[in-house]
Design a protein around this ligand. Structure first.
Ligand code: SF4
Length: 290
C-alpha cells in the first residue's frame, strides 16, 4: 500500500509541480533528499532531526513508495484530455468543450457576447496570435474579422498564402470592455487554453501580433523595439504536444494590425518581420499581375 500523503503536503507538491510545468519542465527524477526538502515545512521537528546512521541506506520499499506517490501526483497535471486523440480537429474540439461557457476571469461578466476560440487550419505551419477580440470579433465569434482583420488578411496574402492556411487565435478569448488591453491576470488565466491549442496545431512559426501577445507568450517585459527583428525558440508552457517529434517552434514578433491602421508608416517594418517569417517557411510573395 502506498503511504497516504498529508493533504496539505500534497497540495504543496501539486502547486510546485504545476509551477515547473508552466516553466516548461515536465521530467522529474526521484531523488529522496530533494523530496525530503520539499516536505520540510510540514515535517515534525523530530523528523527533521532524524538522520540516517552512517552506512544506512533507504530501503527499496521506501523508494518504491516514493515513486508511486510521485506518479499519482504527476499524471493528472501533465496529461490534458485532448492528448488522448490524434485528430487535431477533435483535439481542438475537446479544448473548446473544456473551456465551456467560461467564467474563469472577470471578462466573462464585462459584456462579452461570446467566446472567440480561434479559427483556421488545425495543422497550420503558421499561426498568428493577437491580443483579444474586438467588437466585430465578439459579434461574429471569430478572431480578426474587423478592419484589423482585413489588414491581417492582406498581410497573409502578401506572404503568398491564404487566411485558410493559417491558424489565428488571441491571448484572451473574451472581449475586454471598451477595447482596453487585457489585464495580466486575465492573460494568465486564459492563455493556458491557447497553449493547448498551440500544442495541438504544432505550427512551425508563431507570429505574435503586438506587445500583449508577445509579452504573454515569451514571458518577457521588453518593448516592441527590443522584441522585434529576431526569432525566439518557443514551446507552449504547461502542456505537451501529442506528437513527441514536435519540439516547439519559432516565434517572431510584429506590430498588431490595429496599430498599423493607426500608424501606417510602420507597415514597412511589419513587412520586414513577415519577410523573415517567409524565409523561415520557404514562402514566396505572389507574382504581381502588373
Ligand atoms: S477571457 Fe478566457 S479565461 Fe476569461 S472568461 Fe473568457 S474564456 Fe474564460
Amino acid at each position: 500500500m502506498p503511504p497516504t500523503l498529508d493533504p496539505e503536503l500534497r497540495r504543496a507538491l501539486v502547486a510546485r509541480i504545476r509551477y515547473y510545468n508552466e516553466m516548461g519542465i515536465y521530467d522529474f527524477y526521484r531523488r529522496p533528499p530533494s523530496l525530503a526538502s520539499v516536505a520540510l515545512e510540514q515535517a515534525p521537528a523530530d523528523f527533521l532531526e532524524q538522520t540516517l546512521d552512517p552506512g544506512e541506506e533507504m530501503s527499496p520499499r521506501k523508494s518504491t513508495a516514493t515513486a508511486v506517490v510521485e506518479e499519482t501526483i504527476l499524471e493528472p497535471i501533465s496529461l490534458k484530455p485532448e492528448q488522448s486523440v490524434s485528430d487535431p480537429v477533435k483535439a481542438l474540439k475537446i479544448i473548446r468543450e473544456d473551456l465551456g461557457d467560461c467564467t474563469r476571469c472577470v471578462l466573462h461578466k464585462q459584456g462579452r457576447k461570446q467566446i472567440v476560440f480561434g479559427v483556421g487550419n488545425p495543422e497550420a505551419e503558421l499561426m498568428f496570435v493577437g491580443e483579444g477580440p474586438g467588437a466585430d470579433e465578439d459579434e461574429k465569434g471569430e478572431p480578426f474579422v474587423g478592419r484589423a482583420g482585413q489588414l491581417l488578411n492582406n498581410m497573409i496574402k502578401a506572404m503568398g498564402i491564404q487566411r485558410e492556411d493559417v491558424y489565428i487565435a488571441n491571448i484572451v478569448k473574451c472581449r475586454p470592455p471598451g477595447n482596453r488591453q487585457p489585464e495580466r491576470d486575465e492573460c494568465a488565466t486564459c492563455s493556458p487554453f491557447l497553449m493547448r491549442q498551440i500544442a495541438v496545431v504544432r505550427p512551425k512559426v508563431i507570429v505574435a501580433l503586438g506587445a500583449t501577445a508577445a509579452k504573454t507568450l515569451l514571458a518577457m517585459n521588453s518593448s516592441m523595439m527590443q522584441l522585434r527583428g529576431r526569432f525566439y525558440d518557443f514551446k507552449p508552457s504547461g502542456v505537451r504536444s501529442n506528437d513527441s517529434t514536435w519540439d516547439g517552434c519559432k516565434l517572431a514578433v510584429t506590430y498588431h494590425p490595429a496599430f498599423l491602421l493607426r500608424d501606417p508608416r510602420q507597415k514597412g517594418e511589419a513587412w520586414k518581420d513577415l519577410q523573415m517569417v517567409m524565409k523561415e517557411l520557404g514562402l514566396k510573395p505572389p507574382k504581381s499581375n502588373t
